[in-house]
Design a protein around this ligand. Structure first.
Ligand code: ATP
Length: 617
């Protein structure tokens, strides 16, 4: 029997109420086991709050504010009381508010299949241009008036981009493994294919008829394909320079650590593009007839694509990198991993993170490109002339990159790699980069081992300048509130930001400290303005704060800040199992406002415990 959208929403409710990853896995695999492969693919996207992978431009572009206006407008014209905004503030969640409101709205409930709702969601995505908010609103209202409360709740959360079930892709890979062989032994393989395809619905399609041999063959056949981004490899942290060589063996590779925007550069020929069977492709409406999902104009045979660490397609933002990649002769196809930075070509030096980020915009690219040119510092080669290099040793991939891409000029430049055998040499290089060249630190890499897409382990390690002043790593917090402050600060509108980290056990954002240092008056004013539209009157859903830290104003968790501190403190015994496991920061100071990383990559409770232990070992 086909599962309905209502049943899927009930499952979402159960998943949200579940803390243990194992219980989530069993809930999900039990449900998916009763679905068609097509529905499994759809559900895989929906649990991420999307209709397609991140690299496909398929946003709903419908804000909570529009949802509130929509329902308020409807309520007024139907003489029912428009209290949605009040409810939204009280409950801290748009889904709960819409669901409660929908109880009182007149309706005729329809039974809907999962695929019907998926198609409707695509219709909303594909409604663009002038008057689109109104047209989307009609579709959404029509849904709300003809669905149950629980459907209205999750539908509105998906459309407003605030689903956040706390069900991570790693758990989904366990689910897939359970569905095929009733245990977790295929999870690692599934993680590998998810890493190199970055498309959860595509991984689901490999489940075929759940026959073990068929599935194993499907997943082992999958290789990297240019045009489809792969998950960026992540780095670990350690407590001291000495530990690096201890962990990585007799010899290591040392590269500068740049602070810009992670950028994957893909170049390929149209005919290289494997025809992947992906369900989202059939719903895509090309915005411009001349442009295809993977291409430049239709006539062009050579295609260049750029993706960030969050898999966002940013090809149009960095035309000089695209041109440079295009102009590289003698290499038909490649994928490079790099960090793109604003660049001062007259002084041959990089610009600040904030300046670089000014280039991350869709409009006026030609003007900003003149003021802030960029350069992509490449540090890895993942694919070359039709061959997947991700299983090749790092040292070989880097040597190949140096040989083929080593050029002095232009917008693509090879980052320097040095082979080091002694801690003393490592420290000297680190000091040179940090003290003389103004860099953030170094990244150390093991010579052997492939490029494990999306993985974080000790084969790649970061050493940051924050190590010397206190923490082995800076902390990325999400802002969940602020205090008014006193004196001059009060006139600026705020005195300190409340920062939270992610608690993966509870799927909550746990507040750990107030940050008032390292923020200029100018910046305070700016932050005050930026946060205004995100203020809510009660504590937002999934945020937990202890009484000592309660802020004057709550804001929706959205903006990420990088924070340095003297040390991580832990209230062992008293508050160890409480909010944020009793963790806090001593003398926190702001390093960067509005970090472009995404909520899923902020510092977690587990990360902060590691930093705490490394600093105390
Ligand atoms: P995390 O990866 O722990 O979430 P983060 O996003 O704050 O932390 P950093 O601490 O800045 O990241 O360190 C990792 C990032 O450094 C990489 O994602 C990459 O963008 C950047 N980076 C700069 N230079 C290099 C390099 N040579 N090799 C690999 N990554 C580099």
């Amino acid at each position: 029997m086909k599962k309905t959208f209502k049943e899927l929403c009930e499952l979402f409710g159960d998943v949200e109420d579940t803390r243990s990853r194992l219980d989530m896995t069993s809930l999900m695999s039990g449900f998916l086991g009763q679905c068609s492969l097509y529905d499994i693919q759809i559900i895989s996207y929906l649990i991420q709050g999307r209709v397609a992978p991140m690299f496909v431009n398929s946003e709903f572009n419908y804000s909570e504010k529009s949802m509130i206006n929509l329902i308020e407008g409807y309520s007024k014209s139907n003489q029912s009381r428009g209290e949605i905004s009040k409810l939204r503030e009280e409950l801290g969640d748009i889904g709960d508010a819409v669901s409660q409101m929908s109880e009182g709205l007149k309706k005729k409930v329809q039974k809907r299949s999962i695929s019907d709702v998926y198609e409707l969601l695509w219709d909303i995505v594909n409604t663009t241009g002038s008057g689109s908010v109104g047209r989307k609103g009609n579709m959404i209202m029509d849904f709300i008036l003809t669905s149950s409360e629980i459907e209205a709740k999750y539908f509105s959360r998906i459309v407003c981009g605030s689903l956040r079930l706390g069900l991570h892709s790693k758990t989904m890979m366990d689910v897939f493994s359970y569905m095929v062989i009733k245990d977790k032994s295929l999870s690692e393989e599934f993680n590998r294919v998810y890493g190199i395809s970055a498309d959860i619905g595509y991984v689901a399609s490999l489940l075929d008829s759940f026959e073990e041999n068929k599935v194993k063959k499907n997943i082992s056949n999958l290789t990297v394909t240019p045009g489809f981004p792969i998950l960026a490899r992540l780095v670990e942290r350690v407590g001291s320079f000495k530990e690096v060589l201890k962990r990585l063996g007799g010899e290591i590779l040392v590269q500068p650590k740049f602070d810009g925007l992670r950028l994957q550069i893909h170049k390929f020929k149209k005919e290289d593009l494997l025809n992947r069977e992906v369900i989202w492709q059939k719903f895509l409406v090309e915005k411009n007839d001349e442009v295809s999902l993977f291409g430049g104009s239709k006539e062009e045979n050579v295609i260049v694509k750029l993706f960030t660490r969050n898999l966002e397609d940013v090809t149009d933002m960095f035309p000089e990198v695209v041109e440079e990649a295009r102009s590289i002769e003698g290499i038909n196809s490649f994928i490079l991993d790099s960090e793109v930075l604003g660049w001062d070509y007259t002084k041959d030096t990089f610009l600040s993170y904030q300046k670089t980020m000014q280039r991350k915009r869709k409009y006026d690219v030609d003007t900003i490109k003149e003021n802030i040119p960029v350069r992509a510092m490449i540090f890895d080669l993942l694919y070359l002339n039709g061959k997947d290099l991700t299983t090749m040793d790092t040292v070989k991939r880097i040597e190949r990159m140096e040989k083929l891409f080593g050029r002095e000029e232009g917008s693509i430049k090879v980052a320097q790699t040095v082979r080091v055998k002694k801690t003393k040499e490592l420290k000297e290089i680190f000091d040179d980069y940090v003290n003389n060249k103004g860099l953030e630190g170094v990244i150390v890499k093991q010579l052997v081992g492939g490029y494990k897409a999306g993985a974080r382990n000790y084969e790649w390690i970061k050493l940051k300048k924050s190590m010397e002043s206190g923490l082995v790593d800076t902390v990325d917090c999400v802002v969940v509130g602020y205090n008014y402050g006193s004196g001059r600060r009060a006139q600026l509108g705020m005195g300190a930001l409340l920062g939270a980290i992610y608690n993966e056990e509870n799927n909550t954002y746990d507040a750990i400290c107030k940050i008032g240092t390292g923020i200029s008056d100018e910046l305070f004013k700016k932050i005050h303005q930026v946060l205004k539209p995100f203020i809510v009157s009660s504590i937002p859903k999934n945020v937990v704060v202890n009484d000592l830290l309660k802020p004057d104003v709550w804001v929706v968790p959205k903006f990420i800040i990088t924070v340095d501190a003297d040390e991580v403190t832990r209230d062992i015994g008293k508050d160890e199992n409480g909010v944020g496991n009793g963790l806090s920061l001593r003398f926190p100071r702001l390093v960067e406002w509005d970090r472009d990383t995404g909520l899923e990559s902020i510092t977690t409770v587990r990360d902060l415990i590691t930093i705490f232990e490394l600093n105390h070992s």
